[in-house]
Design a protein around this ligand. Structure first.
Ligand SMILES: Cc1ncc(COP(=O)(O)O)c(C=O)c1O
Ligand SMILES: Nc1c(O)cccc1C(=O)C[C@H](N)C(=O)O
Length: 407
């Protein structure tokens, strides 16, 4: 087993992304593998937030809406997210939560689909979706007179048809870490004349997305996972340039008006990404996100993907090497070994499932932080900008110890 520790050291020494770890606040005695839920704190955030609070808010006060660029922040920070998801400028706006952006995107997509064919009255939703997407799509369906049909992502090409208005899919499954085939599924949705809406929460910042290249219609995601924006940091909405003129938001707040300060009684939508705004943006959270996105300077998402796959692959190998066949708890990976099907997390199903929560508690007590999802899944997220191969080896070794005791 010393071999694996030696390999981890050598791989860290050769890692072209090793320098970015220094940009984060981490502690030496903890292996943090929960960046797929809440990313670690980038060092630059604290000083930037202090300045925004003390100078921009404290001294400039109301002037900051113009002088500190607060008003334009949703679009400006959107332009920082755009290259990470493969979007040319002018298509991404930051604000609100993922849940709220699911609502804007799904209703917007239905309205556009109906312009083409008023009979389209069905929404397909990834049956394994993170719950909020399903709940919100259900409500969007009731409001637009659609029905919702949950389907497995792989079954979308067979299920989508002439009645389908839009399909909501998750790029990476939050529970299993399965990476869905965004190019192929988007193409299948389009072949049926419907629109594709993608939730990128678990892929943005971990792997290339290619929204423009693959013709995605709408996309949204949170910024507190692999984009490290902080707890509750604002989400983003992508509306493909070709749809922006026809995008009729279901939440036409005054910030999305063509001339907000006209305070006009009649609504006239803004052009471009600003149409996805609603009300006053949360400046402090958005400021934290803006500073956090600085860690991407000079980083290529392709390099991040290469390291992500190397980390998850190495973790699967280490887990296989360190687990004991006759241990108290057996684990089986729900995350595909096939790289093209793998996001940036590994989900291990415990047998017996009831032991999983206790296993994760024990791991955390021993300095390895992942999370637990019912009924018996241990989730480990790998953030290439700060996860080291030595972290991976240590996490698997501690896991082997925790699950390897007598039955
Ligand atoms: C795929 C996915 N969608 C949505 C959310 C959450 O949305 P919100 O930021 O609105 O809580 C999460 C995680 O919390 C998620 O994993
Ligand atoms: N958004 C979260 C929160 O507000 C509290 C605790 C966890 C979360 C999460 O991000 C959960 C996460 N989306 C998941 O994949 O399970």
């Amino acid at each position: 087993m010393e071999e694996l520790a030696k390999e981890a050291l050598a791989r860290d020494q050769a890692d072209p992304l090793a320098r970015t770890r220094e940009l984060f606040v981490l502690d030496a005695d903890t292996v943090y593998l929960d960046g797929n839920s809440l990313g670690a704190l980038p060092r630059a955030v604290e000083g930037h937030l202090a300045d925004v609070v003390s100078r921009e808010w404290g001294r400039l006060r109301i002037r900051s809406w113009t002088e500190s660029g607060w008003w334009e922040m949703p679009q400006r920070v959107g332009e920082l997210v755009a290259p990470l998801v493969g979007a040319a400028p002018g298509q991404v706006v930051v604000g609100d939560s993922t849940s709220v952006n699911v609502f804007k995107a799904v209703v917007g997509a239905v309205r556009i689909a109906r312009e083409g064919d008023a009979r389209r009255d069905e929404l397909l939703v990834d049956e394994a979706t993170f719950p909020t997407d399903g709940y919100i799509t259900g409500s969007a369906a009731r409001l637009t007179g659609c029905t919702v049909r949950p389907v497995a992502a792989d079954a979308v090409p067979d299920a989508v048809g002439p009645r389908t208005a839009a399909v909501l899919l998750n790029h990476v499954d939050y529970r299993t870490g399965v990476l869905n085939d965004l190019p192929a599924l988007t193409a299948a949705v389009h072949a049926a004349g419907a629109l594709a809406v993608w939730d990128l929460c678990h892929s943005a910042g971990a792997l290339p997305v290619g929204l423009d290249a693959h013709g995605v219609d709408f996309a949204l995601g949170c910024t507190y996972k692999f984009l490290n924006g902080g707890p509750g940091s604002p989400a983003y909405l992508y509306v493909r340039a070709a749809h922006q003129e026809r995008f009729e938001t279901p939440l036409p707040g005054w910030n999305s008006h063509a001339d907000p300060f006209a305070m006009a009684p009649a609504y006239e939508p803004a052009a471009g990404a600003a149409r996805g705004r609603v009300g006053t943006p949360d400046i402090l959270s958005m400021a934290a996100l803006e500073a956090a996105l600085g860690v991407w300077d000079g980083v290529r998402i392709e390099d991040v993907r290469a390291k992500s796959l190397a980390l998850t692959d190495f973790f699967l190998r280490c887990v296989a090497a360190y687990r004991k066949e006759d241990g108290a708890v057996r684990v089986r990976s729900l995350t595909p070994a096939e790289p093209a099907r793998r996001g940036s997390q590994v989900a291990l199903l415990c047998d017996p499932a009831e032991r999983a929560e206790q296993v994760m508690r024990e791991l955390i007590a021993r300095g390895v932080v992942g999370d637990f999802r019912r009924p018996g899944v241990l989730r480990f997220g790998f953030t290439p900008l700060y996860t080291a191969f030595q972290d991976v080896e240590r996490a698997a070794r501690v896991l082997g110890d925790v699950i390897g005791g007598p039955r």
